[in-house]
Structure formats: structure tokens, C-alpha cells
Design a protein around this ligand. Structure first.
Ligand code: PHE
Length: 445
């Protein structure tokens, strides 16, 4: 049977951008910008995306498309009888760990959509909103209900396959997502006093920059672009042979960055307009924004829009994570896609339930000093992704034959490959050193 694939450039693009644009852009990016000096952080982030992450994304596409296999088999095919396959396994484990907390946050977004529809955010009172959020995440039942529903929806999409599932739904959801975030941005930048927020995002304060900030930017770039765990390898394996991988990676990285900036412009001016500190941290979208929605005209409509955006961004990323595990299980165990997805989703639901409960009744359970939720988050984002990223650049830069890499980069010599030398230099020298630096920093901190 012919392996499923995406239908063409736009089809792949909506899927890769769908994977990249997620909670990382809407929730993590704005608060990191807020905590790390605004525009200066954004500039460093941009530089890292271009110099380090773009080459890594191209490399992941190369591994995937060359082998047309799941991430574990891809490494095994390119490096038979070596331990390189372990990099693929680590990627599958990372995908599973991310799913175990990401789907919980996905569940919260659904609860927030529901609540904005029934007009619960009608009070600007900070402590009331804060306790509403606390009540949700610590409840033993409500967040698990939403999380399981979120997993179920992701599973239904992945069960339908690549073209008829992932691509089809991304085609509908992604343009809608960009459209809505633009509307929200317009609302935000036209609030009285919004200039201060805009200025914060465009006027760099270089005195805020230090290595910690730089490393935070690199870690964020990794997470946001879905790199280092085989997601882009898996999607890469479904890219038709005629597509230009460099162009695809560039467009994906730019769309993700554009979206992050749009999200910043949708959030920061509103935050400044209401005189709230931009350094609120992780509670920004669930605690600070409801206060703002309660105070602007038609706030409930904007609230529904915002949490719908958050939900769509989260689910298109969640399906890419689920696909990494699904591709592996179906191909390894020769299992039917639907059966594999059902089993994996059930397992994810169990782990996610534990991470949800760890916010409340299981608060006292600690793994290496962290709650279950934080453990999954820390293990995947801070350890498995950088480790995976490092292995991938070493693999493509130093292990695979240069001619193989060139061949795939230029579609068997049919493309000019002008940028190949620059790409190869970045992947061989710049990226490994930079990632090793982040990794060391994250471990010692
Ligand atoms: N890129 C996604 C986001 O920004 C998260 C993600 C990471 C998805 C790794 C897949 C793989 O939310």
C-alpha cells in the first residue's frame, strides 16, 4: 500500500505551521518577552530562528523525506546497525511526555471557551479571577473531563490519516487562526494607552540582555518550532519529493515567528493599557486577560475568540505530537492506524489525568522535586528536546554522507542549492555549539 502523504506545498505548510504555532506562541512567548526586556528579546529570538533553528528544521525534513519512515526507522535506515535509532526513540518518548501536559492546558482552553460563552468573566476583580483559575486547575474532575475531550478530538483527526485528517483540518483551522489573531490585535492596539505596549515590543532595551535571556530565547525557539523530537522528521516523511524543503522550512519558521509577534501585539498593548505589569509570567493568558476582557466593550466576544484561538493553536500542535507516536507504532507493530491511535490516546489520557490531578489532590506527589505536570514539562522541553536537537545536527552534519544531504536538499540535483554551503556550515559548527550551550545552562540552573 502506498504511504499516505501531504498533497502539495500549501498542504504541508498548514500542517507544519499548525504544529509550530501553539501554546508556545500564545502563552509562553508573550510572557517571556515580558520578563526578558521586550524588543531586545525578540531580536535575539529572530536571530536564533534564522541561524540555528531554520537549519535544524531543514535537517529534520531531510531525514524524514529521505527515508519516508517514522522517526525511529528513519534513523535506523540512514545508520543501520548503530545506536542512532535511540534518537528516534527519545523523540517518541518526548512526544508522549509533551502530550501528557500539553493536553491538560488544551483542556483548560476548552473550559475557558465554555465559560466565556456563558459570560463568567464579567468581573474585573483580580482575586476573583485568580481563584476561578485555581478552582479549575485543582478540581479533580472538571479539567480531566476537558482534557479527555481534547485528546478525543485530536485522536479523531489523527485517525483519519495525513491528507484526509491532519492536512484537511489544518487547512480549515490555520487560516481562520491567523484571521482571528489579526482582529484581536487590531482591538488591542486601538485601546487607549496601547502605545506603551507597542513601544515595549519594538524598542529594544539592550541593557536587559545577558546569557540567561539569550538562552531562554533559544529554548523558546526550539519549543515553538517543534524541533528536536522528530515531529518535523515525521511530517517530513509525508512531504512529496518535488517540494523545496528550504522554502518550506523558511516559510514555516517565518509564519510561526509572525504569529508569535501578532500574539504579542494582541496581548501586550492590552496589558499596558490596563496598567498591568508585563512580567506576570505563566498566568498571563488565564488570569490577566480575563480581567481585561471583563472591562472592554464586547469583551465576552473577544474572550471567546481568544480562547478559541488558543484551542485551535493547541490542537493542531497536539495532533502533530500524536502523529509522531502513531507513525512509529503503526509501522513498527504493523498495526492499523485507528487501533494504534486509540491505544496511544488512552495511555496519554491516563498520564494527562495524573498531571492534571497533580495540580490539586496529588499535589504532594513529587518526582525529582517536581509535580507530575512540571516533571513532564521539564523533562521534555528542557532535557529531551535539546538532547534530541543536538543529536539531529550531529547526525546530519557529521554522520550522514554530505552527498546524501546535498541530494535531498536539492531534490536530486534539480534545484540550484545556492544556500547549501551556508546551511551545511551552520549545521556542522554553529548549531551544535549553540545547543550544547543551552543544554548545559538548563541542566546547571
Ligand atoms: N510548537 C508547539 C507550540 O509552540 C509545541 C510543540 C513542541 C509541538 C514540540 C510539537 C512538538 O506550542
Amino acid at each position: 500500500m502506498k504511504r499516505d502523504e501531504f498533497s502539495g506545498f500549501f498542504g504541508v505548510l498548514v500542517a507544519t505551521v499548525g504544529s509550530a504555532v501553539g501554546l508556545g506562541n500564545l502563552w509562553r512567548f508573550p510572557y517571556l518577552v515580558g520578563q526578558n526586556g521586550g524588543a531586545a528579546f525578540i531580536l535575539i529570538y529572530l536571530a536564533f530562528v534564522l541561524v540555528i533553528c531554520l537549519p535544524i528544521m531543514i535537517s529534520e525534513f531531510i531525514i524524514g523525506r529521505r527515508t519516508q519512515a517514522n522517526t525511529v526507522k528513519a534513523f535506523q535506515m540512514l545508520a543501520p546497525r548503530t545506536p542512532w535509532g535511540a534518537v528516534g526513540i527519545v523523540g517518541v518518548v518526548a512526544a508522549f511526555c509533551i502530550l501528557a501536559f500539553y493536553t491538560v492546558v488544551g483542556g483548560w482552553t476548552m473550559d475557558y471557551i465554555f465559560r466565556s460563552v456563558i459570560h463568567v468573566f464579567s468581573t474585573p476583580d483580580a482575586s476573583a479571577i485568580e481563584s476561578q483559575f485555581a478552582a479549575l486547575v485543582t478540581s479533580p474532575i472538571r479539567p480531566i473531563f476537558w482534557t479527555i475531550l481534547f485528546i478525543l478530538l485530536s485522536a479523531l483527526i489523527v485517525m483519519s490519516g495525513i491528507k484526509k485528517g491532519i492536512e484537511k483540518y489544518s487547512r480549515i483551522m490555520m487560516p481562520f487562526l491567523f484571521f482571528m489573531v489579526v482582529i484581536l490585535m487590531i482591538r488591542s492596539v486601538t485601546l487607549p494607552g496601547a502605545e506603551k505596549g507597542i513601544l515595549f515590543l519594538v524598542k529594544p532595551d539592550f541593557s536587559k540582555i545577558n546569557t540567561q535571556v539569550a538562552l531562554a530565547a533559544l529554548g523558546q525557539a526550539f519549543f515553538s518550532l517543534s524541533l528536536g523530537m522528530g515531529c518535523m522528521i515525521t511530517y517530513g516523511s509525508y512531504i512529496p519529493k518535488r517540494e523545496n524543503l528550504t522554502k518550506l522550512a523558511f516559510t514555516t519558521a517565518m509564519s510561526d515567528t509572525l504569529f508569535a509577534i501578532l500574539a504579542g501585539l494582541a496581548i501586550m498593548p492590552a496589558v499596558f493599557s490596563f496598567g498591568i505589569s508585563p512580567q506576570e509570567g505563566p498566568g498571563l493568558v488565564f488570569i490577566v486577560l480575563p480581567r481585561i476582557f471583563a472591562q472592554i466593550p464586547l469583551g465576552n466576544i473577544f474572550a471567546v475568540m481568544f480562547y478559541l484561538i488558543l484551542f485551535i493553536a493547541a490542537i493542531t500542535s497536539s495532533i502533530s505530537l500524536l502523529e509522531v507516536v502513531t507513525a512509529y507504532i503503526t509501522e513498527k507493530l504493523k498495526m492499523k492506524r485507528k487501533t494504534a491511535v486509540a491505544i496511544i490516546s488512552a495511555l496519554v489520557a491516563v498520564c494527562a489525568s495524573f498531571s492534571s490531578l497533580s495540580q490539586g489532590v496529588l499535589q504532594h506527589v513529587k518526582i525529582f522535586g517536581k509535580s507530575i505536570f512540571d516533571f513532564f514539562d521539564y523533562l521534555s522541553a528542557n532535557i529531551l528536546l535539546p538532547l534530541g536537537g543536538l543529536s539531529i545536527v550531529l547526525f546530519v552534519g557529521w554522520y550522514i554522507k554530505k552527498s546524501t544531504v546535498y541530494d535531498e536538499f536539492t531534490n536530486q540535483g534539480t534545484l540550484k542549492g545556492t544556500l547549501f554551503r551556508a546551511y551545511y556550515f551552520l549545521i556542522r559548527y554553529v548549531a551544535p555549539v549553540a545547543i550544547a550551550a543551552v543544554f548545559v545552562d538548563l541542566i546547571v540552573r
